[in-house]
Design a binder for this molecule. Sequence first.
Ligand code: NAD
Ligand code: ZN
Length: 348
Amino acid sequence: MFGRGSFNQLGDILEPKRLNTKAPFIFYVDEVFKGNAWLTSRIPLSYNDKVIYVSSDQEPKTSQIDALVEEIILTQKEMPSGIIGIGGGCLLDIAKAVSIMLTNEGKSEDYQGWDLVKKPAIYHLGVPTISGTGAEVSRTTILTGPERKLGINSDYTPFDQVILDPELTANVPKDQWFYTGMDCYVHCIESLNGTYLNAFSKSYGEKAFELCKEIFLSDTLSKEESQDKLMMASWHGGMSIAYSQVGVAHAMSYGLGYLLGTKHGIGNCIVFDHLEEYYPDGVALFKQMKEKHDIQLPQGICANLSDDEFDIMIDVALSLEPLWENAIGKNWKKTITREKLKSLYQKM
Ligand code: NAD
Ligand code: ZN
């Protein structure tokens, strides 16, 4: 569902999905909205429905998902009617992961990978409040586990329903707008320049790329038009990678995220800034966007790391084989060596 103000229809959408009065809807809402009556007064609560505020200061962890699932199991008499995520990529991924883990046994770390989920998730609905990740449309939920940062990629991961209301993104701080928006831009570049590209991914990727150029480089859009277009760019960028893969920036950014806790959007920006060797045109345009919006990226975040720490990041990055195969091709191991990755990380 798309439209300014469409968030008001959340109650109408959920009503027919309620299983019974004892089966609640659980709303995971970004903590940034705590006390924000404009948003929270429109969350339709009845019976045992519950709002749980979750911080997005750190990206979702498998242990956090397991704890949230356990809390539901211990406090609710019945399985919820549905899980609703309201926020950025963190909250959307939390809602997806909890809805999967309510019906699948074991720990969420057991399902990190591709197509390991056995049973359908319970009904889940996503409401993005910041645009760029494509988490609202993708078939993954990215979690940091004890051993790796990797998504639960499955046919049961995507939301049953998504509400795209660009009005909800109005108060995103400028730097965060840029970092999360650039996640979308990087999705397009990595998809369009990858060996996995196909007609499906290309058509969505090209559209998202056009929108990103308009949003981040032109001066003609109103604030509202820009919000509307970025929400659709995010969607198209997510669709584009759904049928292909991301590439070098994501693989290396996961390494930063795993070791240093660098968040996805800013991490991609820090890495992408140094990838002219792999994406010359995309990086040149990125630098123009950065300058136009006066964005200062952190420098020297790897300056004081030990060899062991570099090794940890390199291990995480190299483990993401499909990303490298997409970016470089089947023979990627010939050029993507540990030394090569270390020299790139050392620039960041
Ligand atoms: P986020 O969820 O980390 O939020 C970023 C910041 O913006 C937070 O401080 C949050 O409180 C704030 N925020 C969100 N909406 C706001 C609003 N309307 N007004 C003011 N502040 C607001 O941001 P993100 O970049 O959207 O998500 C990053 C996460 O998404 C990472 O965990 C990453 O792994 C994940 N991700 C998932 C996918 C996927 O396909 N599942 C794809 C890319 C990234
Ligand atoms: Zn991304």
